[in-house]
Design a protein around this ligand. Structure first.
Ligand SMILES: [Zn+2]
Length: 325
């Protein structure tokens, strides 16, 4: 077997952006933790240093280890972005949850959801410790963050942006995005990366790009163009070289998951992006003989943001994620 290219890649203990000359692209490993064999656990970092000084922008993907569309976006961004046109630095983290990624799962290896324990704890559980070092080494000091996700396993998502619409800086960035849906989320009590970053004055958008475990290149392209448009005309950290189109968006101030109240086989009748009206039937449950035993109706006018794909249901399972319009 050939020796891994990654073995020859430099390991750094902190980002040390200043040690890299301006106007270049760099790849290195950033030390975060230690594994069971005593080896360094690192996140791969792609650093694009702009020719001119400016703010630091970070794109972080796969904080859930099976959410790979954002990973692909980082690689596309690396190829496409010309550092001579950039002011400041762009830090791409294609895989945050490297230990979850290795075993193809969403959670960290101790079962922790890293997007529920941010900014982590120095002396906490394994996932919290990893989160702490990642947050302090990568997120602290950044000015703008694009936090990329997909649906979780067994569900499918539209392309949508999740952000705190009460933050005027955030609102400025959203108009350039090409996601057809924008969902307000303040995450007041949930310890997401977005919330922890915002508490550290990092202007953050979370972008949900379709489904887990696969590359959806058309979706990735749309999000990439939205981020580039935002960097060029919103943040003005990219020299203006092209005209981007604006896309119309449905804004939802709130959303809910509709849940089952019965056991059986769920059949969702609504499709992603469907507009549904209060009282409209969106799903049924059948018993093991195929008889409809329960119907579910939209509780308000809304747009379908996500759908649970597994028909096998007991009370409390998810049906559709419905944004309120
Ligand atoms: Zn996620």
């Amino acid at each position: 077997m050939d020796r891994s290219f990654m073995e020859d890649c430099e390991i750094l203990d902190s980002l040390e952006i200043e040690k890299f000359p301006r106007n270049g692209k760099y790849k290195f490993k950033l030390h975060i933790s230690i594994d069971q064999l005593g080896d360094t656990v690192y996140v791969p970092v792609i650093l694009i240093r702009g020719a001119n000084p400016g703010p630091r922008t970070t794109i972080a993907a796969a904080i859930h280890g099976d959410e790979l569309n954002g990973t692909f976006l980082c690689y596309q961004m690396m190829q496409e972005l010309d550092p001579t046109l950039l002011k400041g630095d762009l830090v791409l983290i294609p895989i945050v949850n490297v230990l979850g990624f290795k075993v193809k799962r969403r959670e960290f290896i101790d079962g922790t959801d890293l997007n529920r324990v941010m900014p982590g704890k120095k002396n906490g559980l394994p996932g919290e410790v990893f989160a702490y070092h990642f947050f302090n080494k990568v997120i602290v000091g950044t000015d703008y963050l694009f936090d990329l996700h997909t649906a979780s396993k067994g569900r499918i998502n539209t392309l949508y942006t999740r952000a705190n619409l009460d933050n005027s800086k955030v609102e400025q960035l959203i108009k350039y995005q090409r996601t057809p849906i924008v969902l307000h989320a303040s995450d007041k009590t949930v310890k997401t990366l977005r919330k922890a970053a915002e508490d550290n004055n990092v202007t953050t958008l979370t972008i949900e790009i379709g489904n887990p475990n696969i590359y959806q290149k058309k979706y990735v392209r749309e999000v990439l163009l939205g981020i580039l448009h935002c960097m060029q005309d919103g943040l003005q950290i990219l020299s203006s070289t092209r005209d981007f189109e604006f896309r119309s968006k449905t804004i939802c101030r709130s959303s809910n998951w509709l849940r089952t109240t019965n056991g059986g086989l769920l059949e969702v009748e609504a499709e992603l992006y469907d507009t549904v009206y209060e009282g409209e039937r969106v799903a049924v449950i059948r018993d093991a003989f195929g008889h409809i035993i329960q119907e579910y109706f939209a509780p308000y006018d809304g747009i379908v943001i996500g759908i649970d794909r597994n028909p096998v249901s007991i009370p409390g399972d998810r049906i559709i994620h419905l944004g309120k319009t």
